[in-house]
Design a binder for this molecule. Structure first.
Ligand SMILES: [Cu+2]
Length: 63
């Protein structure tokens, strides 16, 4: 999965796993940056933006 910051203004975001040691962990993404993570096991992976904790998402990987 590839996440891209497509903001028109200078708003940074992150893709940060909610817990555990497996899952996406991008660090700061400025506009124009992108981050890719390859999921290698099935499961539900919840994540949020460290800058804006109300921004949440999840990826569901099926076998
Ligand atoms: Cu954000």
């Amino acid at each position: 999965v590839r996440w891209a910051n497509n903001e028109s203004f200078n708003i940074p975001h992150t893709v940060t796993r909610d817990s555990g040691t497996v899952g996406p962990q991008s660090g700061i993404l400025h506009p124009g940056d992108s981050y890719s993570y390859t999921f290698t096991a099935s499961g539900t992976y919840s994540y949020h933006c460290q800058v804006h904790p109300m921004m949440k998402g999840k990826v569901i990987v099926t076998p």
